[in-house]
Design a binder for this molecule. Structure first.
Ligand code: DGJ
Length: 727
């Protein structure tokens, strides 16, 4: 049993193979947090709350000055009645009152896990997961708040979400509705977040958590490359391999907030959920509001331990469909080879060369529709541009299939260009604020996906292409953020709902299309890795990691992305040098090894390569086919962090633990360079492993503890790959 309820003490103990999470109903009314951390077999009450009369901490009951909401560790903190820290939710009654008080009103334990209506969320059978629902009630306004905890015992994961029910006869506006809140009665954490930009996604930022609040957020209408919806609290001594780490990740693709607040007594409040800015919800009598889900992982095995929990969980309980477990095809994408300037002949020449090298999927990127010769026209006109493709898409797809490859196609369905037939017919489809000018991004506007008719139009227009052409893969792009998040389709008191309604509309579209075309492999993209989040992963089991394909930058981007996302989800391509984004010239071998460390492909003009380079490409493809299962289905161990210096190292161990693939990268060549060691991880200490390329045999303990000496080389951006097979 993953959920244990001790009635005598009113204690809930959620237990996984790795962790325990303990709550108590205090004084019959207040749901308080006792413990989240390493698994304890049985919680008997050791971490009791110490009651103390603290200055400026007001009391609900004047007969007991030691009891204050301001010092109580809470599970879902309220607002306006004595807890001065950040609240988890907010309301506005019709009369303008914003005070709310939630008291305990019972619980339910359910086998399995309910679906979250209209939202991406983890799933599992009753053998995988058990659910606890705790009901809280604001008696004055008949607002019920159900806190849901899903305990994936074998996976070491707990997920949380919240449902609001308006049981009153009057409407109420929710002004804040976070998905989780945890009060740690502990100090001395570092906080780790991932920040970035277009071309520079997911940089690791670890800093001490001192007084005040660390808050990350997105107000861009998408999860954003600027901040990822992920936050971890780490013990000071925690590193890749040991130490306590608490990671939370939002299963959502729009505006979010994550924060860690240190209070006056050094307690830490960790929260995550929908961003309250422009994020209200108007609840009519009888209506409910469901928040998205947060995935919570605890480990005492450092960041690698955290990643293993997230990777397995996402692979088994979030990614869906036949492609979730399937090996992914090696692709070539024409974007960086041609940009908008292509002809049928150019594409077929590229495809022919690709099939000769062993590539398995040809992807036609932007520019195949309307009259799109640049980025300022035709979005919304999802019909083929016969100037460029006179024989049409079905014919092109047949040609590609005839070469033994699959065929993939790019779309950007959430957008509309002013220079498009769609805009001329439906200018009202645009997300906009009445009477105000449009804010334009990359020459384009955003469709108002808060409207069902607009969503249905998107579904119909994309479906028409998918149904008439033999398409195996779709790249779903999204190249600007949302502005003027308002909609004429809703009344004044609902304008604060539009950013969330946009995301719900997008999920409705994705759910419809991915279930109608289950054979198609969908890859998410947003100007590179701008919407690489767990919400999108539910619909699309892979995502383009970054438009920055420079090998050195990619080492970092992929390293940090792998904190929670398995390598199979990260699209990684070899492109030309000098690199289009950085101007850097790195060896083809290194570009290959970096891209091979994830979901491998190419994005360059193969016809412009020399024979020698083509031979290298062929060898890379052959190698990837040999190691693909280990990279895509195996376990990743990060060894050396490129954010910390000149080296990057990692290795993969196959599911059956028989194959090991390790990569070593040295960014700049140095004078008087030290000899570097590669100490592998995740091997069996007492097994023997044969170096496949060199023939030597080593013990697992030797490879892990003593390590391999890497020969010195005078070369910038050098790389090595080692493959071992268990003897
Ligand atoms: C942004 C993507 O990240 C690129 O890979 C490419 O598809 C372009 N959009 C096309 O406009």
């Amino acid at each position: 049993m993953a959920i244990i309820y001790d009635e005598a003490q009113s204690i809930f103990h959620l237990q996984t193979q790795a962790s325990s999470y303990v709550m108590q109903v205090v004084r019959g009314k207040y749901l308080s947090h006792l413990y989240w951390g390493r698994r304890v077999e049985q919680y008997r009450g050791s971490r009791a709350i110490i009651w103390k009369d603290r200055g400026f901490a007001p009391n609900p009951d004047d007969t007991d000055r030691t009891f204050s909401l301001d010092t109580l560790p809470q599970e879902y903190p309220q607002t306006g009645n004595g807890d001065f820290r950040t609240c988890a939710y907010g309301v506005r009654q019709e009369n303008g009152s914003r005070i709310s008080s939630l008291l305990y009103d019972g619980y339910e334990i359910l086998p399995g896990k309910r679906k979250l209506q209209g939202l991406p969320a983890s799933f599992g059978t009753p053998e995988d997961v058990e659910t606890l629902v705790i009901r809280l009630r604001d008696e004055l306004i008949d607002l019920v708040v159900e806190l849901e905890y899903n305990v994936f015992d074998q996976r070491g994961i707990i997920t949380r979400s919240v449902r609001f029910l308006n049981e009153a006869q009057r409407p109420v506006t929710l002004t804040k509705m976070l998905s989780m809140s945890v009060d740690f009665r502990e100090q001395d954490f570092d906080v780790l977040t991932l920040y970035g930009a277009h071309n520079n996604e997911r940089n690791m930022d670890r800093r001490p958590l001192t007084s005040g609040i660390v808050q990350i957020e997105s107000l861009r209408g998408t999860s954003s490359p600027q901040q990822s919806p992920f936050l971890a609290l780490m013990r000071k001594n925690a590193d890749e391999d040991q130490g306590e780490v608490y990671g939370v990740q939002f299963v959502y693709s729009g505006n979010f907030l994550a924060s860690a607040q240190v209070d006056a007594f050094q307690n830490v409040r960790l929260q995550m959920g929908l961003h309250p800015w422009n994020g209200e919800w108007y609840l009519h009598p009888g209506e409910t509001f469901q928040t998205p889900e947060v995935v919570m992982a605890y480990t005492h095995e450092g960041l690698n331990g955290l990643s293993h929990l997230f990777h397995t969980f996402y692979r088994r309980h979030l990614m869906r469909g036949k492609h979730a477990d399937a090996l992914r095809p090696i692709l070539i994408n024409n974007w960086e080879a041609t940009f908008f300037q292509f002809t049928e002949e150019k594409l077929l020449n590229l495809a022919r060369k690709a099939s000769e090298t062993g590539i398995e999927l040809f992807v036609l990127d932007d520019g195949w529709f309307g009259h799109r010769d640049g980025d300022n026209s035709s979005l919304g006109d999802w019909f083929v541009d016969e100037r460029k493709l006179p024989h049409g898409l079905p014919w092109l797809a047949d040609q590609i299939h005839g070469m033994g490859m699959q065929f993939g196609l790019w779309f950007e369905p959430e957008m509309i260009s002013q220079d498009s037939q769609l805009y001329r017919e439906h200018p009202d489809y645009v997300l906009h604020a009445q009477g105000r000018p449009y804010t334009i991004g990359r020459g384009q506007l955003v469709l108002d996906l808060s409207r069902k008719d607009v969503c249905d139009h998107v579904i119909d227009s994309v479906r028409a292409v998918l149904a008439s052409t033999h398409i195996d893969y779709v790249k779903w792009d999204m190249n600007r953020h949302l502005t003027e998040m308002e909609s004429g389709a809703y009344g004044p008191c609902q304008q604060g709902e539009i950013s969330h309604r946009y995301v719900l509309g997008l999920y409705y579209i994705l759910e419809t299309l991915t279930s109608q075309f289950p054979d198609i492999l969908f890859e998410g993209c947003s100007s590179g890795g701008g919407r690489f989040d767990a919400g999108m992963l539910y619909y699309m089991p892979q995502s383009w990691c970054s438009d920055n394909t420079d090998a050195v930058c990619r080492m970092k981007i992929q390293y940090a992305t792998s904190l929670t996302f398995p390598p199979v989800t990260m699209g990684a391509h070899v492109s030309v040098v000098p690199n289009q984004q950085t101007g850097r010239v790195t060896p083809l071998e290194t570009r290959g090894y970096v891209a091979m460390s994830a979901n491998f492909g190419y994005e360059l003009d193969l016809n412009a390569l020399s024979q020698q380079e083509l031979d290298v490409v062929k060898a890379q493809i052959a190698l990837y086919k040999e190691i693909r299962d280990t990279i895509q289905n195996g376990t990743l161990y990060r060894i050396k962090n490129p954010f910390n210096g000149n080296l990057a190292q990692w290795n993969f161990v196959s599911q059956d633990r028989k194959q090991v693939v390790a990569f070593h990268f040295e960014i700049l060549s140095q004078p008087a360079a030290p000899v570097q060691l590669l100490k592998l991880k995740g091997l069996e200490a007492d097994a023997l492993y044969r170096d496949v390329d060199r023939g030597t045999v080593y013990g697992g303990d030797e490879l892990m503890y003593s390590g391999i000496s890497i020969p010195l080389k005078k070369q910038d951006f050098r790389s090595e790959c080692y493959r071992f097979e268990k003897v």
